[in-house]
Structures are given as structure tokens and as C-alpha cells.
Design a protein around this ligand. Structure first.
Ligand SMILES: [Zn+2]
Length: 310
């Protein structure tokens, strides 16, 4: 049997049909145009599913299920997007609407959980039973797999790992709290830290870069060229990431922690210091339950594969 995966984003809806090995056999994408009603967006989503099926020479009858990965708060039990601010969706029964059209079961989870599930079934998590995926992007997203299943908690509201406090009364966070891990370990936070270092060290290479050109690579690149202020930013940023991961190790002792999102492209420059910190700070230190810490593997395809695997 095949499965259909839908990666619903604020800008695009990507749809794929996957085979039993979780390989994408056909793929389509349409703009979300989120200013429209949910009904209009879901009608286009359905057309994209049909196009992906046609492209693969399949019908819905060849597929076991449809899965949707959505931003925002998703109630997986009811198949309802409870609220997704960037789509303007409130209480949208997306699963029922897709089942009505295609006649097969539909499942829903949020995009971070789908990405974790994708890594578990087809990426860097294959072969373990308990793992956590952390995405270091605009925010810090998290997905927890326990005993082969997404752990999402009551009303699927859990695994908001970016919104655990790292610094009491610290930097303001988008969620309304202060000092969240996300406010220190996201790409957004790294850009802020880089900008602050540029102002504090006028003799550094960072100070020569216009503020609007600073991105998540700037400090890593300048550190590579030997800039001391940039190296200090990178070192501290790696500690922020690693301190949060150490809390996860102490709470869950997963077999693997995978890092995804834009900053994870730094590879060993991030992973090396993070592994060392976790090994020397987790409960029991080097004799503790130290997980494998590695980069996520699937990139853009994770959304479709994880949704299909729901
Ligand atoms: Zn927060």
C-alpha cells in the first residue's frame, strides 16, 4: 500500500505519495494563499493530492491513509487544527474534509512532530526506539518519539520543547514568557547575539557587516576566519543549545537526539561542542545515559514523509 503525505505550510502545500519504504514516488506543490477560507485552501490541497496520485498512476484506493502535517496546535485525536495563526485557522476539521473527498482515513499532527516521525521511520533515527528531534530555525521546535510513537501529550499540546526556560527572567519569547530556550538557541536568537557582539566589539570583523546582512551563518563564518568576538558568540550559542539538550537527556534519556533546521547545516562545528557539553554536564556525566547526537537527514522531504507515516 501507498500513503499520502501533506506538508501544509504558510506559503506552500507540498503533497507526496510514498511507498512502503517511505520513498516519495510522486510529488506536487501548490501555493497555500492562506488569506482565503480554510475550505478553499483544503479544496486546493485535495486537487494537489489528486494530481500527485495521477502522476504516480494511482487512485486513493491504492493508498492506506492520508496524513497532514500542519503548523500550530493540532488535536490529533479529533483530526482538527485547533489554531494555526499563520494560516488564520481555528477549529478546522481537516481530516474529516479529506476523508469525505477521498474515502480513506486521514491523520493529523503538527509539523515538528511529523519531522521527528520522518527521521524515525526513514532518516537519522532509523534503528532506535526513543529519540528527539530539535529544529533550530526561526524558533526552536521539538518532536518526541517514545517507543516508536509520537509523544504529544494531552490534546497534542506537548513537546513544545523550545518553550522551556533556560534563563529565569531572561530574554522575552514569542510565547509571552521570558527566558525560553527558543529565545537563546533559535536562529533568531543567534542573529541577535551576533548583532550585540558586533556593537560591543567595534574592532571585530562582525562590526564591518551591515546589521541587516547578519544571518545565522555570520558568526560561524567569521569565527572560521579567526575572529575572536565571533568565536565567543559561537561558543556561547553552542552552550545555549547544549544546555537545553542536557535537560532533555536528564528528563527522557533518549537514544538519539537529532538536530535539524537551518543552523544544523553547520554540522560538526555545532555538533562537536554540543556533544562535549552534554557528555560533561548530563546526570552521571560521562557515565550517564549519553545519546547519539547527530544532524537530521531528510531536510525538506521530512514534512511529507512524516505526515505519510502518521
Ligand atoms: Zn517561549
Amino acid at each position: 500500500m501507498y500513503r499520502i503525505g501533506i506538508d501544509l505550510g504558510g506559503t506552500n502545500i507540498a503533497v507526496g505519495v510514498v511507498n512502503e519504504q517511505y520513498e516519495i514516488v510522486s510529488h506536487t506543490s501548490v501555493p497555500t494563499l492562506a488569506h482565503r477560507s480554510p475550505e478553499a485552501v483544503i479544496a486546493d490541497m485535495g486537487d494537489a493530492v489528486q494530481a500527485a496520485l495521477d502522476q504516480a498512476g494511482l487512485t486513493a484506493g491504492n493508498c492506506a491513509s492520508i496524513g497532514v502535517g500542519s503548523p500550530g496546535t493540532c488535536d490529533s485525536g479529533r483530526g482538527v487544527v485547533v489554531r494555526a495563526y499563520n494560516l488564520g485557522w481555528y477549529e478546522v476539521p481537516v481530516c474529516q474534509m479529506l476523508t469525505d473527498r477521498f474515502g480513506i482515513p486521514a491523520r493529523l499532527s503538527n509539523d515538528a512532530n511529523c519531522a521527528a516521525l520522518a527521521e524515525y521511520v526513514a532518516g537519522a533515527g532509523v534503528g532506535c526506539r526513543n529519540m528527539v528531534l530539535i529544529t533550530l530555525g526561526t524558533g526552536v521546535g521539538g518532536g518526541i518519539i517514545i517507543d516508536g510513537k509520537i509523544y504529544a501529550g494531552m490534546r497534542s499540546a506537548g513537546a513544545e520543547l523550545g518553550h522551556t526556560v533556560l534563563v529565569l527572567d531572561g530574554e522575552p519569547c514569542t510565547c509571552g514568557r521570558r527566558g525560553c530556550w527558543e529565545a537563546y538557541a533559535s536562529a533568531t536568537a543567534l542573529i541577535r547575539q551576533t548583532g550585540q557582539a558586533a556593537l560591543a566589539h567595534p574592532d571585530s570583523a562582525l562590526a564591518a557587516i551591515p546589521a541587516q546582512d547578519i544571518n545565522g551563518r555570520t558568526a560561524f563564518d567569521a569565527a572560521d576566519r579567526g575572529d575572536a568576538a565571533a568565536q565567543a558568540v559561537v561558543d556561547r550559542y553552542c552552550e545555549y543549545v547544549a544546555a537545553g539538550l542536557t535537560d532533555l537527556v536528564n528528563a527522557l534519556a533518549p537514544e538519539r537526539i537529532l538536530l535539524g533546521g537551518g543552523i544544523s547545516r553547520q554540522g560538526e562545528r555545532l555538533l562537536g561542542p554540543v556533544r562535549e557539553y552534554v557528555a560533561t554536564h548530563c546526570f552521571g556525566q560521562r557515565e550517564g545515559a549519553i545519546p547519539v547526537i547527530a544532524a537530521a537527514k531528510l531536510g525538506n522531504e521530512a514534512g511529507i514523509i512524516g505526515a505519510a507515516a502518521l
